[in-house]
Design a protein around this ligand. Structure first.
Ligand SMILES: Nc1ncnc2c1ncn2[C@@H]1O[C@H](COP(=O)(O)OP(=O)(O)OP(=O)(O)O)[C@@H](O)[C@H]1O
Length: 75
């Protein structure tokens, strides 16, 4: 888990697991708001490698809709 992520969010508990990731309940340390954090199981060497991964490409393409979850950021 990256330093930048842990600086911004506190991990509360694990809430689920899929084929590619673990899902963590996280709390923004500044706002107190809760978010679902997806921790990809594969280890990446760089930010560009993350950006080229199928999971991130798909999540970045999803347009915002009230009934569809979208990615806020990645670390
Ligand atoms: N936003 C969320 N809030 C709460 N729980 C979530 C959220 N997203 C995922 N989960 C939980 O984490 C589990 C895994 O989610 P994830 O999206 O990684 O995989 P999946 O789509 O269910 O499975 P797979 O990746 O194998 O197709 C879900 O089944 C659900 O229980």
């Amino acid at each position: 888990m990256s330093t930048s992520f842990l600086k911004k969010y506190k991990v509360i508990q694990r809430v689920g697991e899929g084929s590619f990731s673990q899902v963590l309940k996280c709390q923004d340390r500044n706002t107190g708001l809760f978010y679902a954090g997806k921790r990809l199981k594969r280890i990446y060497k760089s930010i560009s490698e993350i950006m080229e991964s199928p999971e991130i490409i798909v999540m970045r393409k999803i347009s915002r809709h009230p009934n569809i979850l979208y990615m806020i950021e990645f670390h």
